[in-house]
Ligand binder design. Structure first.
Ligand SMILES: Nc1ncnc2c1ncn2[C@@H]1O[C@H](COP(=O)(O)OP(=O)(O)O)[C@@H](O)[C@H]1O
Ligand SMILES: [Mg+2]
Length: 327
């Protein structure tokens, strides 16, 4: 039993009426792994987590956590998992300590262990000084951290975090990830985290890319990039005629045609040949090395992040009249 993977999922399917939320999803999470479930809104991440946490039943398929079948023995399965839900679920009218203690009581953690573990957890998420404050006086980042602490007051070896960084500012997001890494290292936890922020999964052990209830790929960020990554060229043509000519010249390379044209590139030679042909008829040109964003794009034909890329390696801006470019 102790050798069972932290999570096994075999052909889990779940429908809500006509919506197929999960379509025969299968994968395993190894013990001690920091595992990310990455996908856009509506991909099925929360549904899958709810099934693993025994809140929801799958229509078909089998899932286990710590070797326990979640459908056959939900209580047994719950004992060793901690969950931080997408929706905040703290009691605002209680203090920090009371929230943790209540959770420990519900899970039947003996008083002496409970009090020690609450102290430990508050220290890890740096909320010790806030133990007697009412939860409603905490910032949203602190509340998120408190929810993590709460998830670990009982005997959890497996921690599920559903979009733990949504609604947090950049600094709190970084901090949240520091705690997640620390918990994994110091307590040997297995962590399964969902997110739709692609830049957050770079430091996870493995990433499962999920879309429309289907698993598209599972691997380490490095391997995903090597196998499905793609150098991309983002450019803005100066006028519609140029756009039309570029579209006609490289039909197989076009990934996206909106304000910005996105083309598959494969190195300097292509960039040079394109620039040789169109030169100053291009207003802006950026070369982007294979990123997880390009992995998602290759797998789904869509971009997860609809905004401009942040990971630009080279951006050339061409003046409206002059030909000079600035890096
Ligand atoms: N309670 C529900 N009733 C009906 N449809 C739902 C319900 N919960 C989720 N869905 C649908 O199932 C799909 C997956 O949703 P969800 O698991 O919440 O995805 P994610 O967490 O990746 O955003 C979506 O199409 C969503 O609209
Ligand atoms: Mg969700």
């Amino acid at each position: 039993m102790s050798e069972a993977p932290a999570v096994t999922i075999e052909a889990i399917t779940k429908r809500y009426g006509r919506t197929l939320a999960l379509d025969a999803v299968s994968f395993e999470v190894r013990r001690g792994e920091l595992f990310a479930l990455l996908g856009p809104n509506g991909a099925g991440k929360t549904t899958l987590l709810h099934i693993l946490c025994t809140i929801l039943r799958a229509d078909s398929g089998v899932a286990t956590t710590n070797g326990v079948d979640v459908a056959k023995d939900p209580l047994g399965a719950r004992r060793n998992i901690g969950v931080v839900f997408q929706e905040p679920s703290l009691d605002d009218r209680l203090t920090v300590w009371e929230n943790l203690n209540f959770h420990g009581l519900v899970y039947g953690v003996p008083a002496a262990i409970r009090s020690k573990r609450i102290d430990d957890m508050l220290a890890i998420v740096e909320l010790s000084d806030w133990r007697d404050k009412l939860v409603r006086t905490l910032s949203s980042g602190m509340k998120r951290r408190l929810e993590i602490a709460r998830a670990l007051v009982h005997e959890s070896r497996l921690l599920f975090l559903d979009e733990p960084t949504v609604g947090l500012d950049a600094q709190s997001r970084d901090r949240m990830w520091r705690y997640i890494h620390r918990l994994r290292e110091e307590r040997g936890l297995t962590v399964v985290v969902t997110t739709h922020y692609i830049e957050e999964v770079e430091n996870c052990d493995r990433v499962c890319v999920i879309d429309h209830g289907k698993v598209l790929a599972i691997d380490s960020p490095q391997t995903l990039k090597a196998q499905h990554g793609q150098q991309l060229l983002r450019l803005v043509p100066r006028d519609d005629a140029t756009r039309a000519e570029i579209l006609a010249a490289y039909p197989d390379r076009i990934v996206r045609d909106r304000d910005e044209l996105v083309l598959k590139s494969d190195g300097d030679a292509f960039v040079e040949s394109l620039f040789g042909k169109f030169g100053l008829r291009i207003r802006r040109l950026a070369v982007e090395d294979p990123s997880l964003e390009s992995v998602f794009l290759t797998l789904t034909g869509r971009e997860l992040r609809d905004q401009a890329a942040s990971a630009r390696d080279l951006t050339y801006e061409f003046g409206k009249r002059g030909g000079e470019h600035t890096k």
